[in-house]
Design a protein around this ligand. Structure first.
Ligand code: AMP
Length: 126
């Protein structure tokens, strides 16, 4: 069920619980700004979620309200995860869903990192 990305941050969202260690996840990467773990329902050979440690609902919230350090740290973390997995030469895809039209289901900003195979069209054929 897509979320309303204009609502305030909900500390009970599933990724907040993952960050607090209340729900298990397999850590792929962690630094002061970001945490990465495998998507539970992978849509590609490699499907990693990278989330900021701060309380941001969406890309909109993050881009408007995060500090320069948070933004730099998060963006660098996404790139580092991709490099760590050898994805630069074969290529990869990033995706951040936002709100109803974007199909965002979890109200904590997350970037999907897809790779490990040719990913096909940018948006499913309709
Ligand atoms: P989105 O539609 O962009 O909000 O994507 C949410 C993603 O979170 C989906 O791809 C889910 O498979 C994934 N997801 C939900 N719960 C978990 C979890 N506990 N661990 C890992 N991934 C999850």
């Amino acid at each position: 069920m897509p979320i309303d990305a204009t609502l305030p941050y909900d500390d009970n969202n599933i990724f907040a619980k993952i960050l607090r260690g209340e729900i298990p996840s397999s850590k792929i990467y962690e630094d002061d700004w970001a945490y990465a773990f495998p998507d539970i329902n992978p849509q590609a050979a490699l499907h990693i979620l990278v989330i900021p440690k701060g309380r941001y609902v969406s890309w909109d919230d993050f881009s408007a309200n995060a500090s320069a350090d948070e933004i730099a740290g998060f963006v660098r973390a996404v790139g580092q995860v991709a490099r760590d997995h050898g994805l630069v030469e074969p290529g990869y895809r990033l995706l951040a869903n936002l709100g109803a039209h974007g199909g965002q289901e979890v109200p904590h900003l997350h970037v999907h990192l897809f790779g490990g195979e040719s990913l096909g069209p940018m948006i499913a054929c309709r």
